[in-house]
Design a binder for this molecule. Structure first.
Ligand code: SF4
Length: 453
């Protein structure tokens, strides 16, 4: 393989990691969350972008081969996914493989985390392969709350933004239905088999009616899914201890990377709830509002009227967006809650108030640490019997969370487990999970005994 050490390759961070209209290309999406990624791809297809979710984790060896080991684990996994996918495409198509057909989608975040660097590092590595060098990387950024205007025409962008938010919340609800039903299913495997079909059917409907923003049709279908799923559970099985998961978004949502921690906890006798994708999107909107409020204050103090007008407009748009998200999220959950008692999502403002009241941490520090710490406290206050912090080994925000949550939850007598992952199999992992769920069962028993007294 030819290896380029050309320093000008750094220019390619601007020329080949960029935003441009991706209509007509094959957009390759990493499979971060099984339901979320599939429904998001369907939203892209609904507005005319041929999006495809790549097979995941099969290429991990490639991801590790082309990194040093110091990178964040999600960066290695996603790098493996894109290299594996492109190599397979090249093998499949032979001489008709054409790099112009593809665009690789790798979002980024502003702030102190290395997530903002994944797509740059992956650009350098793709550039080492002459046949993949011309494949551009396209991104959305938290810096502008994942604005999509740069990657599709304005009309499609406006539709996509509304549709993708609803699709993400629908995926969250479908996940929650699985986690609520699977531990109580009367026939092993029935929930997974049913939901795999339901997600495919939902993706097909999004593709069909998404461009018309036909939300009633999507919600009717979701309601039918919830009703049918409810019948899979055996109502005679008593309620199990409930475990809440917080942590780094990729690791906690990606079953291969977290070695299927939700299923493993379920096997040990727990019911599990993972923090949602919607929570992350709401958090990004909330962070944007905080930034705009700061900018507004500075412009006011500077008496900079043109800047003040610009920031006021942006802040107004952000508040409308936040309101839209709240209303849509409530609508989607309400349809499911008519039939099944799934947990509703944490409100970011409530998390902020809890952190402020107890003076434990602050969103001012940045990263998703505040979200995880606040989310874990919400679980504890909602009566969960244990909290697991799932994260990539060496992840900076999650290490902060671990150092704060461990003593805090210990004082609250809520079992807590750190679950770091880097692709290696830890020999005592199963024992750790079993011991943790045993503690959670004891927590449930003492909680139930207290309620009866
Ligand atoms: S959140 Fe953790 S895994 Fe993600 S970029 Fe930051 S340090 Fe890396």
């Amino acid at each position: 393989m030819a290896v380029s050490n050309d320093r000008s390759s750094f220019d390619r961070f601007h020329t080949s990691v960029r935003q441009f209209d991706v209509s007509g290309k094959t957009l390759l999406l990493p499979d971060m969350a099984p339901f979320g990624a599939r429904l998001l791809a369907a939203c892209f297809r609904a507005v005319g972008v041929n999006a495809k979710v790549m097979e995941t984790y099969t290429g991990l060896a490639l991801g590790k081969e082309f990194t040093s080991g110091k990178e964040c684990f999600p960066c290695q996994v996603t790098l493996g996914d894109i290299l594996y996918h492109l190599q397979k495409e090249k093998e499949r198509l032979g001489s008709s493989f054409s790099p112009d057909r593809y665009v690789y989608f790798m979002p980024e975040a502003d702030g102190p985390c290395r997530f903002g660097m994944y797509n740059k590092l992956q650009r350098l590595i793709l550039d080492r392969f002459p046949e993949f060098k011309e494949i551009p990387i396209v991104y959305l950024s938290t810096e502008d709350s994942y604005a999509t205007g740069g990657i599709m025409p304005p009309e499609e962008s406006s539709i996509f933004r509304k549709l993708s938010y609803v699709a993400i919340i629908v995926a969250d609800v479908m996940d929650r239905v699985v986690w609520r039903i699977r531990p109580y299913e009367s026939r092993p495997g029935a929930t997974d088999a049913f939901m795999a079909q339901a997600v495919d059917a939902m993706a097909a409907t999004i593709e069909e009616v998404g461009a018309a923003l036909n939300f009633p049709r999507l919600l009717d279908q979701l309601e039918e899914v919830v009703v049918a799923a409810r019948n899979i559970a055996d109502p005679r099985i008593p309620r199990k201890p409930r475990i809440g998961i917080v942590g780094e978004i990729y690791l906690r949502c990606h079953p291969d990377s977290n070695q299927n921690i939700i299923r493993e906890l379920e096997k040990c006798g727990a019911e599990v709830l993972d923090a949602s994708l919607g929570e992350w999107v709401n958090f990004v909107t909330f962070e944007q509002e905080r930034k705009l409020r700061r900018a507004w204050k500075i412009a006011w103090l500077d008496r900079n009227h043109s800047r003040l007008r610009k920031v006021t407009r942006a802040l107004f748009g952000n508040l409308i967006e936040g309101l839209y998200q709240q209303v849509r999220q409530h609508q989607v959950y309400r349809r499911a809650l008519k039939h099944l008692d799934i947990p509703v999502d944490h409100s970011i403002r409530k998390i902020e108030r809890r952190l402020q009241r107890d003076r434990l941490f602050t969103f001012d520090i940045g990263t998703e640490a505040a979200l995880s710490i606040g989310g874990a406290l919400e679980y504890a206050h909602e009566g969960f019997d244990g909290v697991v912090n799932v994260f990539p080994f060496t992840c900076m925000p999650s290490t902060i969370c671990a150092s704060i949550l461990k003593p805090l939850l210990h004082d609250m007598k809520v079992p807590y487990l750190d679950a770091p992952y880097d692709g290696a199999i830890q020999p005592n992992r199963e024992t750790a999970l079993r011991t943790f769920v045993y503690q959670a069962k004891q927590h449930l028993e003492s909680r139930t005994a207290r309620t009866k007294r």
